[in-house]
Structures are given as C-alpha cells and as structure tokens.
Design a binder for this molecule. Structure first.
Ligand SMILES: [Zn+2]
Length: 201
C-alpha cells in the first residue's frame, strides 16, 4: 500500500462520537460496502460511495493529486478524513486490544528509553521484562523502542541495562489512541472532545 493509503481516518459512530481510527483503504472499503459514509470536515455533509466518487474531481495541482487522492486501476478517489458508521450508535465497551500499532500510538512514536522519534517502519517493540525471562507481550510490558536502544538492552531489564523508561506502560484508552500525536489531523478537531484527554505536544 502507498503512504496515503496507510494514513488514518477518524471513525465516528452513527451519532458522531469518535470511536477509533482506520487506515484510508479500510475506510474506503466501509464506504463502498455501505457500512459508513464520508463526512466532510468543513461542511459536515455526508457522502455515500456514489456521491463521494462524484467528488473526485481532480485539481490541476499534481502535488495535491499525489497526496490527497488514492489511485486505483480505473479511478482516483479522494482520501476521506472522517467517516461515520451507518449502524453502530454505541461506544465500544471492550478494552483496547494489544497491538504493535497501538503501542506506537500510545508512545507517540517516541523511543521510551532515549526519546527520539521512531519512524513506523523502523519501530521495534521492547519487552521491558524480556520474553526469555517470562515477560508477556502486553500493554504493561511492551514499549516502543528505537533499534539502537532495543539492541543495546538485549535480554536485560532496564535497570540491568542502565536505561530508564519515560513512563510506566499501561493499557491506553481508545481516546488516547485516537488523539495520539502520530495520528491526529487538524481536520478531526471539530469531532474530538479533547477536554478530557491529555495530549502530548
Ligand atoms: Zn532509543
């Protein structure tokens, strides 16, 4: 997939509460199947698939085409920024399941040992308590680390390796993942209620 296809799209439930983010390709699939509609962040207008295709007018600026449009074999579809699910009106009450992407989002793309920004493609997950010594693959035992820190730490605990964690890893809330600095886009602002969630600058 291209870089644009992997960008995140804010996903609202039917009553426009933010519930998660999905990649562009997944968002377009949901709209194509009639399970979601695209929301225009400026006009709040909603578009089903047919209407969204009508919106695909391609501006003359090649730069814009490159960054805001998804190329398929026959079409150029504009990248949605926000979608709303057609049926689901509640709020997911399950805990956020562990995932590598989730760790990346929770840790804001920063190595939890040295603090440098780590590109998604170069990310590694460090088991604070090493797997070889019984450490679990879980929110509480996994952190984002750069390759240098992770290799340097090896099969040791942070104390043994002389490393300090930026923060104690815990299971994040959905809001924290949605509002992660590595995802958040300006166009999402009208749909997010930031008041209760602290966002790292
Ligand atoms: Zn590091």
């Amino acid at each position: 997939m291209t870089r644009v296809e992997l960008e995140r799209v804010l996903t609202l439930n039917r009553v426009w509460q933010p519930i998660t983010t999905v990649v562009v390709k997944q968002a377009l699939t949901l709209v194509f199947r009639g399970r979601a509609r695209v929301v225009c962040p400026e006009s709040y207008q909603m578009f089903d698939w047919a209407n969204w295709l009508r919106e695909k007018a391609v501006p003359g600026d090649a730069h814009v085409i490159e960054h805001d449009y998804i190329r398929t074999a026959h079409l150029q579809v504009r990248k949605p920024e926000v979608i709303t699910l057609a049926k689901f009106a509640g709020y997911p009450n399950t805990g956020v399941p562990y995932s590598r992407r989730g760790v990346y989002e929770r840790d804001n793309g920063q190595c939890q040992y040295c603090g440098i920004f780590v590109h998604k493609r170069a990310m590694t997950i460090d088991h604070v308590q090493p797997v070889s010594r019984g450490g679990a693959t879980s929110w509480a035992n996994c952190v984002l680390a750069c390759q240098r820190c992770n290799h340097g730490k090896g099969d040791r605990t942070p104390v043994e390796a002389g490393l300090t964690l930026a923060q104690t890893p815990v299971q994040p809330t959905r809001d924290q993942l949605i509002l992660s600095g590595v995802n958040k886009q300006d166009s999402w602002k009208p749909f997010l209620n930031d008041k209760h969630v602290k966002v790292k600058a």
